[in-house]
Design a protein around this ligand. Structure first.
Ligand code: FDA
Length: 316
């Protein structure tokens, strides 16, 4: 039995329903409360805070990828500001000798405003990164960006060996996309996918059934290994992680050819376990002023957090 204000809930089915309803109520949660929760998922608003967080993670044995929060810009001026911030991040990584790379979102670098200008900005970032032998992974965004981002990656990869691409296992098209991409030089991140897409694009019948994505995820990881790509395995799903661990043991995959990747603040016992098993684990560390959208996406992904938030509101 679980009490929220004057309401009582029986655990399991009722609790799940409550959490789902709570997730739908997120837009009505006060910003101050979302901000408090966001501290778990976001290093802070400034680069200094992000550096501190990466230093802590590095000291524990994790590598990191730094993400400047912010999505779709509507002008090239905003895109320039984002590119300049990433150059500062790369400088900070060098100065503080961090074990970290960067993750970039092309929509925040003007992809939907001017593709050619976006490509110039990404090249500027990659050139800056290459001075310190650093690396950038292109995050995969919603389906309006998928083809553009794959094309961008393909063009960049022919001249830069320090760029990678995230691919989403929830998309049907990823089977074909992988067929075009990985070869010895490619670095790919396989993740389930985070955006609310039209089900026609998705592998599972029910959008909520995240476990249905798992066989596709494993298939993609396995194909990328066979193609010789370096694979970032980005998931917090314990069952999926266990299957991947069996796969890499069974196929004797070289541990230098893959790493597990997790988001800051999510499923920390699992990441610690993987590190303890001797695997490389990279933590995705977002920072910046645009914390609201990122935090609410994280809360929606794990409705039990939304349940705790609503409970906290009633209990106050
Ligand atoms: P799933 O959603 O099935 O969750 C598995 C378990 O983890 C569940 O028990 C769940 O409760 C728990 N969990 C998941 N999210 C949680 C949270 N916020 N808080 C607490 N528990 C949580 N997506 C994308 O579309 N493009 C991209 O480029 C990236 N990049 C990326 C990088 C990295 C390093 C990671 C880890 C993830 C991404 N993602 C992403 C997000 C990814 O697609 C996916 O939405 C999340 O990782 C959640 O999916 P899982 O694989 O963890 O499984």
């Amino acid at each position: 039995m679980y009490r929220v204000g004057r309401l009582f809930f029986v655990m399991d089915d009722n609790m799940r329903m409550f959490n789902t309803v709570a997730a739908l109520a997120i837009p009505f949660i006060p910003h101050a409360l979302v901000r408090k929760i966001s501290r778990r998922y976001i290093a802070g608003e400034s680069l200094d805070r992000a550096i501190e967080r990466v230093q802590q993670l590095n000291a524990l044995g994790f590598s990191a990828t730094l993400d400047v929060l912010g999505e779709t810009v509507s002008s090239l001026d905003e895109a320039e500001i984002m590119a300049s911030e990433y150059i500062k991040v790369l400088d900070a990584i060098r100065v503080h000798r961090l074990n970290a790379e960067i993750s970039i979102k092309p929509s925040a670098l003007g992809l939907l405003v001017d593709e050619a200008a976006c490509e110039r900005l990404v090249k500027r970032i990659l050139n800056a990164a290459s001075l310190d032998e650093n690396f950038a992974c292109i995050d995969m965004e919603d389906v309006s960006c998928t083809q553009k981002e794959i094309d961008l990656f393909a063009r960049l990869e022919s001249n830069h060996d320090n760029v990678g691409l995230a691919l989403q296992a929830y998309l049907k098209r990823t089977y074909e996309d992988i067929g075009q991409l990985p070869h010895v030089r490619s670095t790919v991140r396989i993740c389930k996918g985070i955006y609310m897409e039209n089900p026609v694009h998705l592998v599972g019948l029910a959008r909520e059934d995240r476990a249905a994505i798992n066989p596709h995820f494993i298939n993609h990881v396995s194909r990328c290994f066979k193609a010789g790509a370096f694979v970032g395995i980005a998931t917090h799903d314990t069952a999926l992680v266990n299957e991947i661990v069996s796969l890499v043991d069974r196929e004797e995959v070289d541990r230098r050819k893959f790493e597990f990747q997790m988001l800051l603040g999510v499923c920390e016992p699992l990441r610690d376990r993987l590190l303890g098993m001797g695997f490389n684990v990279r933590i995705y560390v977002p920072y910046g002023k645009d914390w609201y959208g990122y935090s609410t996406r994280r809360i929606k992904e794990n409705p039990s957090i939304a349940g705790h938030v609503i409970k906290a509101m009633f209990d106050r």
